[in-house]
Design a binder for this molecule. Structure first.
Ligand SMILES: [Zn+2]
Ligand SMILES: [Zn+2]
Length: 131
């Protein structure tokens, strides 16, 4: 695979950050480093990297399309206030085996989303209430 400059920067950005950016966020971040970059190029490269299995597209209930440079199985926690998405460990394999024994499906992927309110948003809420 010939690695274009844009593709290399996108992959590096996703591997460096644990923030699970959207295509828009990646575009805004990299535009300063690569002024010729377009949003269409970002989308095209994300699709390609996803097909190659080196990045993951997250299907979250927010409906926003986040990308992840960590392709190992893990769960996510999403803040319903600010939309931040952070990595969470998966429960043990014993749990998964037990769940799978209840179904006749072949497992092809894991997509576990926890939903909550981050510390920053929670303290902001309290501050607003106190006023
Ligand atoms: Zn938050
Ligand atoms: Zn992740």
């Amino acid at each position: 695979m010939r690695m274009t400059e844009a593709r290399k920067l996108i992959l590096e950005e996703l591997r460096r950050s644990s923030k699970h950016p959207t295509a828009d966020e990646i575009f805004l971040k990299l535009r300063t480093e690569l002024p010729s970059l377009s949003l269409a190029t970002v989308y095209r490269n994300l699709e390609l990297l996803e097909r190659l299995g080196v990045v993951k597209r997250l299907e979250l209930s927010s409906g926003r399309r986040h990308y992840d440079g960590n392709v190992l199985d893990h769960a996510h926690m999403r803040c319903i206030e600010c939309g931040e998405v952070v990595d969470m460990p998966l429960p043990g394999r014993g749990w998964l085996r037990k769940v799978l024994s209840l179904s006749d499906y072949d497992l092809i992927g894991i997509n576990i989303e926890l939903v909550g309110i981050c510390k920053r948003c929670a303290s902001g809420k309290k501050a607003r209430k106190g006023r």
